[in-house]
Design a protein around this ligand. Structure first.
Ligand code: BEZ
Length: 198
């Protein structure tokens, strides 16, 4: 199941009079930067946690065999680190299309590493969207990710690239790293021909 959020995002937020705005990235936006930006800075948002709870039917899976990608869930007292980009509003024409499978733009405060703060936007796929999969044991999430492939490539590559990016950013994301720990042996067994993935 998928839902196209492009029109919804256009209606939710007017960029009239805005020449630049901060965008907070916590998933593929950290490492897949296929848009122009004016400035990029590591940042964090409070009260949200990264979870592989969103289904991907259009990038890292298919409608028949969806992959899993990240969204944010409310988690009071926690911090999610990521990368903030200062962008011009035209960038959202591309990003709304890229992230149209359930993601809406929300306003959020963010804190940069030097302690300064800014208001900006973040994409979140909320539990009421049609592609939301929700919680599952991290071992089961790893199994689903190991099997899933879509137009943007293997779901496993998405997770491994994100895990590497988080290490580089110094984000200790136990959820992502736990799934990675389950996933790596599955991939190794698959390569060796002793294939538990299929
Ligand atoms: C992000 O990296 O912030 C992001 C994750 C999922 C969808 C859109 C953006």
């Amino acid at each position: 199941m998928s839902v196209n959020t492009v029109e919804h995002n256009r209606r939710r937020f007017s960029f009239e009079g805005i020449r630049e705005i901060w965008l907070f990235g916590y998933g593929s936006l950290i490492y897949k930067v296929d848009f122009p930006y004016l400035e990029r800075r590591p940042a964090a948002i409070r009260g949200w946690a990264r979870r592989f709870w969103q289904g991907s039917h259009d990038h890292r899976g298919t409608p028949e065999a969806p992959g899993r990608v990240v969204t944010l869930i409310e988690a009071p007292g926690t911090e999610c680190r990521g990368m903030a980009y200062r962008v011009s509003p035209e960038v959202f024409e591309h990003l709304d299309e890229r992230e149209k499978n359930g993601y809406l733009r929300f306003s959020t405060p963010m804190t940069f590493d030097d302690g300064t703060r800014a208001e900006g936007l973040v994409y979140i796929a909320t539990p009421d969207n049609a592609a939301f999969l929700g919680d599952a044991p991290e071992s089961a999430i790893a199994g689903q990710i190991a099997r899933a492939h879509g137009p943007s490539g293997a779901n496993a590559d998405y997770l491994l690239q994100l895990a590497d990016s988080l290490r580089a950013l110094g984000d200790d994301c136990p959820h992502t790293f736990a799934i990675e720990a389950h996933l790596r042996p599955l991939l190794a067994e698959s390569v060796s021909g002793n294939d538990p993935i299929r």
